[in-house]
Ligand binder design. Sequence first.
Ligand code: MG
Length: 294
Amino acid sequence: MRLYTIEKDGKKMVCGGYTGIEGLWTMDCYGLNYECMLDLIANADEAEMAHLEKKPACPPTYSMDDVKILAPIEHPVGDVMCLGVNYYAHLVESSKAGHVDIDQNQKATVYFSKRVNEAVPDGGIIPPHLDICTALDYEVELGVIIGKTATKVSREDALDHVFGYTIINDVSARNVQEAHKQWYRGKSLDGFCPMGPCIVTAAEFGNPSGHTVASYVNGERRQFSNTEVMMRDVPGLIMELSAGTTLATGTVIATGTPSGVGMGMDPKGYMHPGDVVICEIEGIGRITNTIGQE
Ligand code: MG
């Protein structure tokens, strides 16, 4: 199933939805009373999650058109944990672009973090921060949402700790990344984390390997790959991160982007005010965002 954070008549709430159906069901329809997505992720037990997977017999409470769809987790718990380069072709293009100091023979995964004051929803505006950003780039990524707190989990048990998956655009100010020799600031500007349109539960999404990943700018396909070629797959990265760091319930992990970003193009394919960027992942859908004017 799909879980949405919505706003209706000034009230924010979590609703259930199903693939191919335009309707949304409030938690009342399931006999549940979770206030928000993070409350549900932290507290819904296995029986409740199984119950949510079944479409209620009653008609949907709202149609999608009647509500404002927000980012599924507007305010992530702590910074988003990110993989720097997790698709080999992106490692090569990043290294060639000379934008980041990456050794093509690097064996260890690159991890960094991204501050997200408020995630931007599907349909929302990405502010270009023209005063400090001269190289605005996009990165489509599979987002992993941790359900059950993970500490020292094995590869075999790793996926038991995943609540679900979403689409993230790891928007990046390349000039800021380069200037500071560290990615945090260039990745953390306000509005640089479009997320959504929903969380697809782990039960529905199935094996996180084997899903196509793509992005488009003004209708032109820029990125096209598949999660099966990740260098560190989802079980592997949960095992590695949780080996020394407890991953709290609600943690968001951005699993890295394939090749085809603007900095890897000649000439550079950066985004400008008015451009429309779409990030798409098979089994979740797509998020569409427009670059704002300032
Ligand atoms: Mg990224």
